[in-house]
Design a protein around this ligand. Structure first.
Ligand SMILES: [Zn+2]
Length: 412
């Protein structure tokens, strides 16, 4: 089999694309602000669609709003190898997260088209809807694999109102979302290039991190329910202060993970106090909880321990408790086949590659149960989900060439 080892992406065109996309939703701090279905995000998608058409590739948009460039480079009925990532960002995010993977995928298709290659599968560069979870999290990729049913959509983590308004703005309907589901027989695999969002690659002195497993992530909305009272006249001992329960839980949850769940993390990312005033004892506090673990048993154990802790703290402060599970994504092993293709392609490009787990969630985890899914990182610095996020351009080029070469190995 010819894997076309000398084929490379066009570095100039890739750079032009990167700069053009980074200008859409650009922030003064040097990042981008493109939450799902915001005007900037829709503009980025329109830009992507233009590039697809200008490259002579077929533009496909499914019921979930996933945008794709399709290149039929195999016989009719051949399965498709997906390459992709996402164009949405967290609020006030960085220029590389997601964008790099979509641009590298698009560029890989252009190069294969220009070279006129005939492969064993067709190629598709895909921008998945709402990876970052402004509305839901991994929305497009999970709809594509059929992992979401209507009842899952009832409690989007960004709230129903934002979900409905967002869909409307993008011209999508809730019923139409489910039509994005694909037949697994048509999927040859999935590959994703992404920045590492950590410092392990730099510390290891490696250029490429080949992902072994993507951690499992659970998210909950916990509501501590006390009683709103006059903050001046109610004696401290007589208050049922929901804020105290939420605060005590937040501190204890951290200690629980440090003491009993090594390698795991927990985060309380947001709290809302009701009624929410200087002079009223908080009657109700909603808290957004997320936790992560690399294997399923630990994830379930951590979930149970956190719920038990929340119950204990609410009892201690004489509060009620409501716990709403908003999502539980199991950990996802990356396919040995895809990992091998990335390692071999990296060797061909003389790039030092090391195996690495992913502490962040990615669309590759949605695809993993359905088809050979693989993912790899290039080094990044300056943090992530932040405008300080930075990857050196040489590493970006290496990553794009590796995506191309690994894809050719899987598709040949
Ligand atoms: Zn990302």
């Amino acid at each position: 089999m010819d894997t076309h080892p000398n084929l490379r992406i066009n570095p100039h065109r890739f750079r032009q694309d990167f700069l053009a996309l980074a200008a859409i939703g650009a922030t003064p701090a040097g990042g981008v602000d493109r939450p799902t279905f915001s005007p900037a995000h829709l503009q980025a998608r329109a830009w992507f669609a233009r590039q697809v058409k200008e490259a002579g590739l077929e533009l496909r948009v499914d019921g979930a709003g996933n945008h794709s460039a399709f290149l039929g480079c195999a016989g009719p009925g051949a399965p498709v190898l997906l390459l992709g990532s996402h164009l949405d960002s967290v609020p006030n995010g960085g220029r590389f997260d997601g964008a790099l993977g979509v641009l590298a995928a698009l560029e890989a298709l252009r190069v294969v088209k220009e070279a006129g290659l005939s492969l064993k599968c067709s190629l598709e560069a895909i921008d998945f809807t709402d990876e970052e979870g402004t509305l839901f999290g991994l929305l497009g990729s999970r709809l594509l694999v059929g992992a979401l049913e209507p009842h899952h959509l009832a409690h989007p983590r960004g709230g129903r109102a934002a979900f409905e308004t967002g869909l409307q703005r993008a011209g999508l309907s809730e019923a139409g979302l489910l039509s994005a589901r694909r037949d697994p027989a048509g999927l040859a695999g999935y590959l994703e290039l992404h920045i590492e969002q950590s410092s392990r690659l730099q510390q290891a002195g490696a250029s490429i991190g080949v992902v072994t497993v993507i951690v499992g992530i659970g998210s909950y909305r916990l509501t501590f329910i006390g009683q709103a009272d006059h903050a001046g006249t109610t004696p401290l001992a007589e208050r049922r202060d929901a804020g105290l329960g939420a605060a005590a839980f937040t501190l204890a949850a951290r200690q629980l993970v440090l003491d009993s769940f090594p390698g795991c993390v927990v985060n309380v990312g947001s709290q809302r106090f009701h009624p929410g005033s200087f002079n009223i004892v908080p009657g109700r506090v909603e808290l957004d909880l997320e936790f992560r673990a690399a294997d399923l048993d630990t994830l379930h154990g951590l979930e149970a321990a956190l719920l038990e802790l929340a119950a204990a703290e609410s009892a201690r402060w004489e509060l009620g408790l409501e716990a709403l599970r908003l999502g539980l994504h199991p950990p996802a092993e990356m396919s040995p086949l895809a990992r091998q293709a990335v390692f071999q392609a990296a060797a061909g490009l003389e790039l030092a590659a090391v195996p690495l787990s992913s502490g962040a969630g990615h669309d590759a985890q949605s695809l993993a149960p359905l088809c050979p899914a693989g993912m790899f990182f290039i080094p990044s610095t300056g943090g992530s989900h932040s405008p300080r996020e930075l990857a050196f351009w040489d590493d970006c080029l290496n990553g794009a060439n590796l995506l191309l070469q690994a894809a050719l190995r899987l598709a040949s």
